[in-house]
Design a protein around this ligand. Sequence first.
Ligand code: MN
Length: 425
Amino acid sequence: MPHPNDPKLKSFVAVDPDSDFPIQNLPYGVFSSADGGARRVGVAIGDFVLDLAALDEAGLFKECVPRGVFANAALNPFMALGPDVWRAARVRISELLRHDNAELRDDTGLRNKALIRRNSVRLHLPFTVAGYTDFYSSREHATNVGIMFRGKDNALQPNWTHIPIGYNGRASTVVVSGTPFHRPCGQLKAPDAERPSFGPSRKLDFELEMGVVVGTPSAMGTRIGERDAADMIFGFTLLNDWSARDIQAWEYVPLGPFQAKAFATSIGPWVVASEALAPFRVPGPVQDPEPLPYLRQSEAGNYDIHLEVALRTAAAEKPAVIARTNFRHMYWSSVQQLVHHASSGCAMNVGDLLGSGTISGPTPDSFGSLLELSWNGTRPIALPNGERRTFFEDGDTLTIRGWCQGEGYRVGFGEVAGTILPART
Ligand code: MN
């Protein structure tokens, strides 16, 4: 049996070389028919969604997955089964989609039922978000923000190279790509203002991040090691950690962001399995000083994921790319973040979401936020249609895309998009 990651595999479903969803990917999502109907688990293949619940009903998973687990509105019951089942299911889905396997290919009735055009379905939040934690693990991003908020000499706090810095965010406002949200209101205080006021944020921003989806739990009071953490990570998705910089600047001392990031976090509809990303693992930057023993990694912990950010204003005919970077630049890996998260005995749950932290590269066109791209509003970004932006205006849509580039194929994440509606005042 060939490995599902084998670059030579071909599906009987036609897939363009620049599609995000070849047979080597098989990302999981939750969908329903555009005209309603029950939510269920599917995988993306080319321009289609493969309905796993329909295949299960036809008895095609009876060797590897408990009956009914894909007839759910969330991936959580499937994720809870653990990495052996994830691997077996992926092997079976790959096998069913192969060009040389007749089981599904030649069963016209089942094929018509289970392969649904992607542009005719509704994609939903792929899992129930148990908890949301956001990290701050790009050295370039932390340095840029530190320079703007505290000056060059105190840019990186002394703890930063020792701890994957994070804060507990809100799971309640994690939404799937395409969900619009209102510009948040909050307490604002300009540096020269005597007192704070309450009103719509004027410095609404995005944060380009990857989301880690925790698939299996850890018990309260236990620590986990590198191997455990790697096994617990079900997969990755695109994540936009929308941020209100003016609210943040006033509130963040001393406990970190609160309302500045609590109003919306967007994630992609597709969760790419950790296993599908394995061919694209790369070593992260050299960590100096060496991390404490519990945070040391023996395996390459980063991923070569190309990332692209595009902005479309209400007046623009098409989106304009405003940044390009790569996930490989991150200083702290997802495994290190998860190990650290549980290091006090904090219990991790099925469906916990960890934001990687804003992914900024080394050059000004690779920054993962408007805060950095416009250098806190001092260098407006010129858009192709003549408009300029420092921070978002109402009606703006931001779209993040991400993909790993293989030889002649891509393992992609699709996109995460969101549109800003006017504040509710
Ligand atoms: Mn963030």
